[in-house]
Ligand binder design. Structure first.
Ligand code: SF4
Ligand code: FE2
Length: 622
């Protein structure tokens, strides 16, 4: 059976699916098909296995039981499940942030050889936000104090997180009034788990409100710390050219691929790959050099800061192995399918796991810590070079495409001449109608990349600036939207503005934790206008999301005042109360709502309607 044209819009994806079919290697689409029909109760959010009196399920047709053994009804069960998704997502991002803070602390103590403070200006600027003065101190001293202050943000000692002050004053007041101001990063996740234990919070509204607070502790806490500390340690991104798709692999070189989310390991792998001694070793083994490429967000981190080429997004992670060209794939954590090692076993690819937190069957575990990371990186890169001799036939089915990455807020504001005003002026003048953040993953329920690419196309041709992150950012790069020439796809106003700045109409804002860059830019625009984020002509979208992290992101984006359209339906349809609250009621509460629309053509219409509506309310087109 050949379905490869239905699974993905990408040429490299289609050809590699075909190759895997002929190699008789299973893919995510095969496993998804094998799961059909998926459980209808779970799909609606109506199943609960939180306690041992259960598992329970509520009958959506009203005939069978309407409550679990404990008496929880559909609203409670759905809200509790959703809260737990947010908690898991917030925990993932925030624990990633914590790992960076630990590196910062060890750099301060000179215990992390190979790591350094790269952006001292940013270090001092962020430290000042934590009330730490830099005068008369070495960068290491400031880093030590900042790491300590950030660790406090994770605990419960404070009443509010430090970086929430970046949000407009009105937004902060609203969070205080609603009692959803995040207090401690770990505290909110821990409280979410407590509230959702059997017999604690059984108010579906109060559960959902806490879900928002938990998500805010991610967006304005854990993820924000992850991004800021990554910039301090590895450099704040600047626009730089790169290459994307499976064609970035090189037939005559040792290909090392990093996959996961945290740059702590991949930065050291990059340094080892770029060492001329290692190149010499590769040449001795008959290769022309070492080619480091990225996948998913750890790839985005390297792409943003160093222009390292990007082999693909989430649904490409298995397919890329079928090229037979990868000597080694090194993973850290998050979004790494355990299936990868089974695929790798069919080729010569060595799989290396690096985090104590993330083990995978069939992978060799080489544990990285800040104090040994540099040495471990050399060890694994040497092993990758050795593995070149085991390579069989390779199949690299496409040529790579050009793309530009590296749009940090600092870079965007810099390109605009130091203030966000010119962007605001273009929005006020209507040349740019508004901006949309397109974020999130791939999901085999949606044709791979179709959601991201179609929505992006429709928005830019209607003069809506697109900023994107994560797998969405990789999708539009592979579709050719991330070069300056892509303004040919933009409407006349967007074309003029981007053309005069020499930037693409679709800006790569980074990894998934870098969604906070979108929050920071939105806050800067709102502050410049003296208004709240919820008044701006902005929207968010996650057209192909799959992960719990994406649920947390969606929730903090909405709680920050940005209307957000999801592609796949979250498991909430079993409670009309929850659906109504999230898609309508929240508008009265936080000034923004969710919508669900799997068809990106229709999602584009929703977003355009919302942006035009926001413009009218602001009196921009009067
Ligand atoms: Fe069933 Fe209630 Fe236990 Fe959930 S918490 S499994 S609904 S008894
Ligand atoms: Fe990601």
């Amino acid at each position: 059976m050949t379905h490869h044209h239905n699974y993905t819009i990408t040429k490299d994806g289609q050809l590699l699916i075909k190759k895997m079919e002929s190699d008789q290697v299973e893919t995510v689409w095969d496993r998804h098909a094998a799961q059909q029909p998926q459980c209808g109760f779970c799909d609606l959010g109506l199943s609960c296995r939180i306690c041992a009196m259960g598992p329970c399920r509520v009958d959506p047709f009203g005939e069978g039981p309407q409550q679990g053994v404990c008496g929880a009804d559909a609203d409670i069960i759905v809200a509790r499940n959703l809260c737990r998704m947010i908690a898991a997502g917030a925990a993932a991002h925030s624990d990633h942030g914590r790992d960076l803070v630990e590196v910062l602390a060890e750099v301060a103590e000179n215990k992390a050889p190979g790591y350094a403070i790269t952006d001292t200006e940013k270090l001092n600027r962020v430290a000042a936000e934590y009330g730490i003065a830099a005068d008369g101190k070495t960068p290491e001293q400031v880093a030590g104090e900042l790491a300590h202050a950030m660790q406090e943000d994770f605990g419960t000692r404070k009443k509010e997180l430090a970086l929430v002050t970046r949000a407009p004053e009105k937004r902060q007041q609203l969070w205080r009034k609603l009692n959803i101001m995040p207090r401690g990063i770990d505290r909110e996740t821990s409280e979410a788990m407590h509230r959702t234990h059997m017999g604690v919070d059984n108010g579906w509204q109060s559960l959902l409100l806490h879900g928002l607070r938990n998500a805010l502790s991610d967006g304005w806490g854990g993820s924000m710390i992850a991004t800021e500390v990554s910039d301090i340690l590895f450099g704040t991104p600047k626009p730089a050219p790169t290459k994307v798709n499976a064609g970035v692999l090189k037939a005559d070189q040792v290909n090392v691929v990093v996959h996961g989310h945290n740059p702590v390991v991949s930065e050291m792998v990059m340094a080892a790959c770029q060492d001329p001694e290692m190149t010499k070793l590769a040449e001795e083994k008959g290769a022309k050099g070492i080619n480091l490429c990225g996948l998913c967000c750890t790839g985005n981190e390297l792409l943003m800061r160093h222009g390292i080429p990007m082999a693909g997004n989430h649904l490409m992670t298995e397919l890329i192995i079928a090229t037979g060209a990868i000597e080694m794939m090194i993973v850290d954590y998050q979004c790494i399918m355990p299936a990868l090692s089974k695929v790798a076993a069919c080729y010569h690819t060595k799989m290396i796991s690096t985090s104590d937190k993330a083990r995978f069957p069939g992978m060799e575990h080489v544990e990285f810590h800040p104090d040994n990371a540099r040495k471990k990186a050399y060890d694994v890169v040497k092993a990758a070079i050795e593995n070149f001799a085991n390579r069989g036939e390779t199949y690299i089915p496409v040529e790579p495409l050009d793309a530009v990455g590296g749009f940090s807020v600092e870079a965007v504001v810099g390109a605009l001449g130091g203030t966000p005003e010119p962007l605001l002026d273009a929005i006020k003048a209507g040349k740019i109608r508004g901006a949309a953040g397109i974020v999130g993953c791939n999901n085999p329920k949606i044709k791979h990349d179709y959601g991201h690419v179609t929505l992006t196309k429709r928005l830019i041709e209607n003069d809506i600036l697109v900023v994107d992150t994560g797998c969405a950012a990789v999708a539009t790069a592979k579709a050719g939207f991330k070069v300056a020439d892509a303004i040919s796809h933009a409407g006349p106003g967007l074309k003029e503005v981007c053309g005069s700045l020499g930037i693409p109409p679709v800006l790569h804002f980074g990894s998934c934790v870098d969604n906070v860059r979108i929050l920071v830019l939105a806050a800067a625009l709102a502050n410049a206008l003296g208004t709240d984020i919820s008044d701006l002509p902005l929207a968010g979208a996650a057209p192909e999301w799959y992960s719990e992290k994406a649920v947390s992101i969606g929730a903090y984006v909405v709680a920050s005042g940005i209307y957000t359209v999801l592609g796949p339906m979250p498991p909430i349809a079993g409670s009309m109360n929850v659906v109504e609250l999230l898609t309508k009621g929240l508008g009265e509460v936080v000034g923004a709502t969710f919508a669900v629309e799997p068809d990106p053509e229709k999602a584009a219409v929703l977003i355009r309607g919302h942006i035009e509506n926001q413009r009218r309310k602001l009196g921009l087109d009067a």
